[in-house]
Ligand binder design. Structure first.
Ligand SMILES: O=P(O)(O)OC[C@H]1O[C@H](OP(=O)(O)OP(=O)(O)O)[C@H](O)[C@@H]1O
Ligand SMILES: O=C(O)c1cc(=O)[nH]c(=O)[nH]1
Ligand SMILES: [Mg+2]
Length: 192
């Protein structure tokens, strides 16, 4: 599956939103990929995650013991991708703002692939890696459906992106005038 196919699926689901968005990193953007509008459709999600699982299998050497999804956005793609990889899916979720593996145990040395929905700065993946490393797990790779940095983000482990699509994002004090003129909304769950 190519980047254009992934974007076609997002567009067909009405998931490519235009406006003024506050991203989880604090950056501002005129475009928001509302993945929930894709993940509400099992057939679209299955097609994306099957292709992502194939790409993970091709790029990650050795066994994978778990797929880990960062809640909330990573829950559905991690679960669906794990089905194709035939390994269990678990998740990290925020406890007072910090990702924790609240509902599961993980063995020291377990080989993990993080599966995210969207990557912008890689902050959420780095936070997930910190949580898993603290527990003694080995993060062998991270993966996502769309990398909005267009391949520029470094998360410290290999990043497998089903699509690389560069979308503008600006620090809050460096907004272009056309963006500053629109009221900002924050669709994600950080700080809720
Ligand atoms: O690469 P980053 O700069 O971290 O941005 C990408 C992250 O932002 C979104 O999560 P968000 O915290 O907005 O909440 P959500 O998972 O509930 O959508 C998305 O699900 C990724 O986790
Ligand atoms: O950076 C983010 O927070 C982000 C961007 C995006 O397009 N979609 C999303 O769910 N989160
Ligand atoms: Mg998220």
């Amino acid at each position: 599956m190519q980047t254009q196919d992934v974007l076609d699926i997002f567009r067909s689901a009405g998931a490519v939103l235009e406006g003024h968005f506050i991203l989880t990193s604090g950056l501002r953007s005129p475009v928001f990929l509302q993945k929930a509008r894709v993940f509400m459709h099992a057939d679209k999600t299955e097609a994306l995650c099957r292709a992502l699982a194939d790409k993970i299998r091709a790029e990650v050497k050795g066994d994978i013991d778990y797929v880990v999804g960062p809640a909330i956005g990573g829950l559905i793609p991690a679960y669906e991708t794990s089905r194709h990889l035939k390994v269990p899916a678990i998740w990290v979720e925020r406890e007072q703002g910090t990702f924790r593996l609240r509902r599961f145990e993980i063995e020291k040395g377990a080989r993990v692939v993080i599966v995210e929905d969207i990557v912008t700065t890689g902050l959420s993946i780095r936070e997930t890696i910190a949580c898993l490393n603290e527990l003694g797990a080995e993060v062998v790779a991270a993966a996502c459906i769309i990398d909005r940095s267009g391949g520029k983000t470094d998360v410290g482990v290999p990043l497998v992106a089903l699509a690389e699509y560069e979308v503008p994002a600006y620090p809050a004090d460096q907004l272009p005038p056309e963006l500053a003129a629109i009221p900002a909304i924050k669709p994600g769950s950080r700080n809720i």
